[in-house]
Design a protein around this ligand. Structure first.
Ligand code: ADP
Ligand code: MG
Length: 250
Protein backbone atom coordinates (compact mmCIF):
# COMPACT_ATOMS: atom_id res chain seq x y z
CA UNK A 1 0.00 0.00 0.00
CA UNK A 2 1.32 3.47 -0.82
CA UNK A 3 0.49 6.62 1.12
CA UNK A 4 0.78 9.57 -1.21
CA UNK A 5 0.92 13.21 -0.16
CA UNK A 6 -2.12 15.25 -1.06
CA UNK A 7 -2.12 18.95 -1.85
CA UNK A 8 -5.62 19.95 -0.71
CA UNK A 9 -7.00 20.49 2.77
CA UNK A 10 -9.30 17.64 3.82
CA UNK A 11 -9.75 18.20 7.56
CA UNK A 12 -9.96 14.90 9.42
CA UNK A 13 -11.18 12.68 6.58
CA UNK A 14 -8.83 11.26 4.00
CA UNK A 15 -9.34 10.44 0.37
CA UNK A 16 -8.54 7.17 -1.32
CA UNK A 17 -7.18 6.82 -4.84
CA UNK A 18 -7.17 3.43 -6.53
CA UNK A 19 -5.42 3.13 -9.89
CA UNK A 20 -5.34 0.08 -12.14
CA UNK A 21 -5.68 -2.32 -9.23
CA UNK A 22 -5.79 -5.99 -10.16
CA UNK A 23 -6.10 -8.91 -7.76
CA UNK A 24 -5.53 -12.56 -8.48
CA UNK A 25 -6.31 -15.40 -6.08
CA UNK A 26 -4.43 -18.45 -7.24
CA UNK A 27 -4.96 -18.64 -10.97
CA UNK A 28 -8.25 -16.66 -10.84
CA UNK A 29 -8.43 -13.01 -11.82
CA UNK A 30 -10.80 -11.52 -9.22
CA UNK A 31 -10.33 -7.81 -9.98
CA UNK A 32 -8.96 -6.26 -13.15
CA UNK A 33 -7.72 -2.68 -13.56
CA UNK A 34 -10.03 -1.10 -10.99
CA UNK A 35 -9.89 2.70 -10.86
CA UNK A 36 -11.82 4.76 -8.36
CA UNK A 37 -11.45 7.78 -6.13
CA UNK A 38 -13.15 8.31 -2.78
CA UNK A 39 -12.94 12.05 -2.23
CA UNK A 40 -12.53 13.45 1.27
CA UNK A 41 -15.79 13.33 3.21
CA UNK A 42 -17.65 11.45 0.47
CA UNK A 43 -19.90 8.44 0.86
CA UNK A 44 -19.16 6.00 -1.96
CA UNK A 45 -21.24 2.86 -2.52
CA UNK A 46 -19.71 -0.14 -4.24
CA UNK A 47 -22.32 -2.35 -5.86
CA UNK A 48 -22.21 -5.47 -8.02
CA UNK A 49 -23.66 -8.99 -8.32
CA UNK A 50 -22.70 -11.73 -5.86
CA UNK A 51 -19.13 -12.85 -6.49
CA UNK A 52 -18.27 -9.61 -8.32
CA UNK A 53 -15.27 -8.97 -6.06
CA UNK A 54 -16.71 -6.30 -3.73
CA UNK A 55 -15.46 -7.86 -0.47
CA UNK A 56 -12.15 -8.71 -2.12
CA UNK A 57 -11.80 -5.07 -3.12
CA UNK A 58 -12.43 -3.87 0.44
CA UNK A 59 -9.93 -6.39 1.82
CA UNK A 60 -7.40 -5.20 -0.75
CA UNK A 61 -7.83 -1.60 0.38
CA UNK A 62 -7.39 -2.82 3.98
CA UNK A 63 -4.06 -4.38 2.98
CA UNK A 64 -5.23 -7.99 3.36
CA UNK A 65 -4.86 -9.01 -0.31
CA UNK A 66 -1.89 -8.81 -2.64
CA UNK A 67 -2.49 -6.60 -5.65
CA UNK A 68 -0.94 -4.88 -8.63
CA UNK A 69 -1.50 -1.15 -9.13
CA UNK A 70 -1.69 1.81 -6.80
CA UNK A 71 -3.71 2.30 -3.63
CA UNK A 72 -2.95 5.72 -2.18
CA UNK A 73 -4.45 7.66 0.72
CA UNK A 74 -4.13 11.37 1.25
CA UNK A 75 -2.36 12.19 4.47
CA UNK A 76 -4.84 13.07 7.20
CA UNK A 77 -2.75 15.88 8.71
CA UNK A 78 0.74 14.97 9.79
CA UNK A 79 3.01 13.81 7.03
CA UNK A 80 4.17 10.18 7.07
CA UNK A 81 1.23 9.14 9.26
CA UNK A 82 -0.87 6.32 7.86
CA UNK A 83 -4.60 6.97 7.75
CA UNK A 84 -6.68 5.19 10.32
CA UNK A 85 -9.19 2.86 8.66
CA UNK A 86 -12.32 1.72 10.49
CA UNK A 87 -13.74 -1.56 9.17
CA UNK A 88 -17.14 -3.14 9.69
CA UNK A 89 -17.04 -6.68 8.25
CA UNK A 90 -20.05 -8.41 6.71
CA UNK A 91 -22.32 -9.33 9.65
CA UNK A 92 -20.85 -12.25 11.55
CA UNK A 93 -23.27 -14.81 12.96
CA UNK A 94 -23.41 -15.08 16.73
CA UNK A 95 -25.05 -17.97 18.53
CA UNK A 96 -28.11 -16.68 20.48
CA UNK A 97 -27.17 -18.98 23.36
CA UNK A 98 -23.65 -17.56 23.55
CA UNK A 99 -23.32 -15.61 26.83
CA UNK A 100 -20.96 -12.96 25.34
CA UNK A 101 -22.37 -9.49 26.00
CA UNK A 102 -21.72 -6.27 24.09
CA UNK A 103 -19.55 -5.14 27.02
CA UNK A 104 -17.53 -8.40 26.75
CA UNK A 105 -17.04 -7.81 23.02
CA UNK A 106 -15.64 -4.33 23.66
CA UNK A 107 -13.47 -5.69 26.49
CA UNK A 108 -11.94 -8.29 24.12
CA UNK A 109 -11.23 -5.66 21.48
CA UNK A 110 -10.12 -2.75 23.65
CA UNK A 111 -8.65 -4.09 26.87
CA UNK A 112 -5.90 -6.53 27.81
CA UNK A 113 -7.84 -7.53 30.95
CA UNK A 114 -9.49 -10.97 30.55
CA UNK A 115 -13.17 -10.47 29.59
CA UNK A 116 -14.38 -12.90 32.30
CA UNK A 117 -13.18 -10.43 34.97
CA UNK A 118 -15.72 -7.92 33.68
CA UNK A 119 -15.15 -4.30 32.74
CA UNK A 120 -13.35 -1.88 35.04
CA UNK A 121 -15.43 1.21 35.94
CA UNK A 122 -13.38 3.47 33.65
CA UNK A 123 -13.53 0.96 30.80
CA UNK A 124 -17.29 0.71 31.14
CA UNK A 125 -17.50 4.49 30.85
CA UNK A 126 -15.35 4.38 27.71
CA UNK A 127 -17.58 1.68 26.19
CA UNK A 128 -20.67 3.76 26.99
CA UNK A 129 -19.06 6.75 25.24
CA UNK A 130 -18.40 4.56 22.18
CA UNK A 131 -21.98 3.27 22.18
CA UNK A 132 -23.31 6.81 22.59
CA UNK A 133 -21.93 7.60 19.10
CA UNK A 134 -24.42 5.10 17.66
CA UNK A 135 -27.22 5.92 20.15
CA UNK A 136 -26.72 2.46 21.65
CA UNK A 137 -25.85 2.86 25.35
CA UNK A 138 -28.88 0.68 26.19
CA UNK A 139 -27.20 -2.25 24.40
CA UNK A 140 -24.16 -2.54 26.68
CA UNK A 141 -25.41 -5.51 28.75
CA UNK A 142 -27.30 -7.29 25.98
CA UNK A 143 -26.02 -10.61 24.68
CA UNK A 144 -24.48 -10.15 21.22
CA UNK A 145 -26.30 -13.22 19.84
CA UNK A 146 -29.70 -11.74 20.70
CA UNK A 147 -29.19 -8.37 19.00
CA UNK A 148 -31.34 -7.54 15.96
CA UNK A 149 -29.53 -7.03 12.63
CA UNK A 150 -29.68 -3.25 13.03
CA UNK A 151 -28.48 -3.34 16.66
CA UNK A 152 -25.55 -5.61 15.77
CA UNK A 153 -24.51 -3.26 12.96
CA UNK A 154 -24.58 -0.31 15.39
CA UNK A 155 -22.38 -2.20 17.86
CA UNK A 156 -19.91 -3.18 15.11
CA UNK A 157 -19.95 0.42 13.91
CA UNK A 158 -19.22 1.69 17.44
CA UNK A 159 -16.22 -0.68 17.58
CA UNK A 160 -14.97 0.57 14.20
CA UNK A 161 -15.19 4.19 15.40
CA UNK A 162 -12.76 3.66 18.31
CA UNK A 163 -10.23 5.07 17.76
CA UNK A 164 -11.88 7.50 15.34
CA UNK A 165 -10.80 6.57 11.80
CA UNK A 166 -10.15 8.87 8.85
CA UNK A 167 -11.98 6.56 6.49
CA UNK A 168 -14.69 4.03 7.30
CA UNK A 169 -15.17 0.86 5.26
CA UNK A 170 -18.33 -1.22 5.65
CA UNK A 171 -19.14 -4.52 3.93
CA UNK A 172 -22.90 -4.84 3.41
CA UNK A 173 -23.97 -3.08 6.61
CA UNK A 174 -27.62 -3.21 5.50
CA UNK A 175 -27.87 -6.97 5.04
CA UNK A 176 -30.00 -8.54 7.75
CA UNK A 177 -31.48 -5.14 8.68
CA UNK A 178 -35.21 -4.49 8.17
CA UNK A 179 -36.37 -1.59 5.97
CA UNK A 180 -37.00 0.78 8.89
CA UNK A 181 -33.65 -0.16 10.42
CA UNK A 182 -31.88 0.51 7.11
CA UNK A 183 -33.01 4.11 7.06
CA UNK A 184 -32.03 4.58 10.71
CA UNK A 185 -28.60 3.10 10.03
CA UNK A 186 -28.02 5.18 6.90
CA UNK A 187 -29.12 8.35 8.74
CA UNK A 188 -26.67 7.45 11.50
CA UNK A 189 -23.81 6.87 9.05
CA UNK A 190 -24.58 10.19 7.41
CA UNK A 191 -24.61 11.94 10.79
CA UNK A 192 -21.33 10.26 11.84
CA UNK A 193 -19.71 11.18 8.54
CA UNK A 194 -20.57 14.84 9.05
CA UNK A 195 -19.91 15.01 12.80
CA UNK A 196 -16.51 13.30 12.69
CA UNK A 197 -15.55 14.30 9.13
CA UNK A 198 -15.03 10.82 7.68
CA UNK A 199 -14.95 9.38 4.19
CA UNK A 200 -17.10 6.27 3.82
CA UNK A 201 -16.76 3.37 1.37
CA UNK A 202 -19.46 0.71 1.66
CA UNK A 203 -20.86 -2.19 -0.31
CA UNK A 204 -24.60 -2.73 -0.53
CA UNK A 205 -27.39 -4.48 -2.39
CA UNK A 206 -29.99 -1.98 -1.21
CA UNK A 207 -30.16 0.36 -4.16
CA UNK A 208 -33.18 2.32 -2.92
CA UNK A 209 -30.94 3.99 -0.32
CA UNK A 210 -28.37 5.21 -2.84
CA UNK A 211 -29.98 8.36 -4.30
CA UNK A 212 -30.53 9.79 -0.83
CA UNK A 213 -27.21 8.94 0.79
CA UNK A 214 -24.43 8.16 -1.71
CA UNK A 215 -22.32 10.83 -3.39
CA UNK A 216 -20.95 8.33 -5.85
CA UNK A 217 -21.82 4.78 -6.89
CA UNK A 218 -19.34 2.35 -8.45
CA UNK A 219 -20.70 -0.76 -10.19
CA UNK A 220 -18.20 -3.58 -10.45
CA UNK A 221 -18.22 -7.08 -11.84
CA UNK A 222 -14.54 -8.00 -11.57
CA UNK A 223 -13.88 -4.67 -13.31
CA UNK A 224 -15.56 -1.27 -13.01
CA UNK A 225 -18.59 -1.28 -15.33
CA UNK A 226 -19.72 2.28 -14.61
CA UNK A 227 -19.34 4.90 -11.88
CA UNK A 228 -20.96 8.25 -11.23
CA UNK A 229 -23.93 9.77 -9.42
CA UNK A 230 -26.56 7.30 -8.09
CA UNK A 231 -28.98 8.45 -10.82
CA UNK A 232 -26.40 7.91 -13.57
CA UNK A 233 -25.49 4.41 -12.42
CA UNK A 234 -29.00 3.19 -11.49
CA UNK A 235 -30.38 4.28 -14.88
CA UNK A 236 -27.50 2.90 -16.92
CA UNK A 237 -27.51 0.01 -19.37
CA UNK A 238 -24.65 -1.51 -17.39
CA UNK A 239 -26.81 -1.58 -14.26
CA UNK A 240 -29.79 -3.12 -16.11
CA UNK A 241 -27.59 -5.82 -17.58
CA UNK A 242 -25.86 -6.61 -14.28
CA UNK A 243 -29.03 -6.86 -12.19
CA UNK A 244 -31.87 -7.22 -14.72
CA UNK A 245 -33.35 -4.12 -13.13
CA UNK A 246 -34.12 -0.57 -14.22
CA UNK A 247 -33.58 2.46 -11.95
CA UNK A 248 -32.94 0.22 -8.94
CA UNK A 249 -36.28 -1.64 -9.36
CA UNK A 250 -36.91 -5.12 -10.71
P1 ADP B 1 -18.62 -10.26 -3.51
O1 ADP B 1 -18.25 -9.65 -2.20
O2 ADP B 1 -18.80 -9.26 -4.60
O3 ADP B 1 -19.81 -11.17 -3.42
P2 ADP B 1 -16.10 -11.67 -3.21
O4 ADP B 1 -15.08 -10.59 -3.24
O5 ADP B 1 -16.43 -12.24 -1.89
O6 ADP B 1 -17.40 -11.17 -3.99
O7 ADP B 1 -15.61 -12.85 -4.15
C1 ADP B 1 -15.23 -12.63 -5.49
C2 ADP B 1 -14.70 -13.93 -6.08
O8 ADP B 1 -13.47 -14.24 -5.46
C3 ADP B 1 -15.63 -15.13 -5.84
O9 ADP B 1 -15.61 -15.93 -6.99
C4 ADP B 1 -14.97 -15.83 -4.68
O10 ADP B 1 -15.22 -17.22 -4.73
C5 ADP B 1 -13.50 -15.53 -4.90
N1 ADP B 1 -12.75 -15.49 -3.62
C6 ADP B 1 -12.88 -14.56 -2.66
N2 ADP B 1 -12.05 -14.82 -1.64
C7 ADP B 1 -11.38 -15.94 -1.98
C8 ADP B 1 -10.38 -16.73 -1.35
N3 ADP B 1 -9.88 -16.38 -0.15
N4 ADP B 1 -9.92 -17.82 -2.00
C9 ADP B 1 -10.39 -18.14 -3.23
N5 ADP B 1 -11.33 -17.45 -3.88
C10 ADP B 1 -11.83 -16.37 -3.27
MG1 MG C 1 -19.12 -9.73 -0.30
Amino acid sequence: MRFAPHGGSCGHSCCLRVENVSVRIGSDSILKDVNLHVHCGEMVALIGPNGAGKSTFLKTVLGEREYEGIIAFSEPGQRSKKPRIGYVPQSPNFDPSDPVSVADLFACCMSKRPAFLGLSKSMRETVLECLERVHGTDLIDKRVGTLSGGELQRVLLALALEPMPNILILDEPLSGVDVEGMETLMDMLDEIRKTYDLSILMTTHDFSMLPRYADQVVLIDHAVLIKGSPETVLNSEEFSRAFHMKGGRA
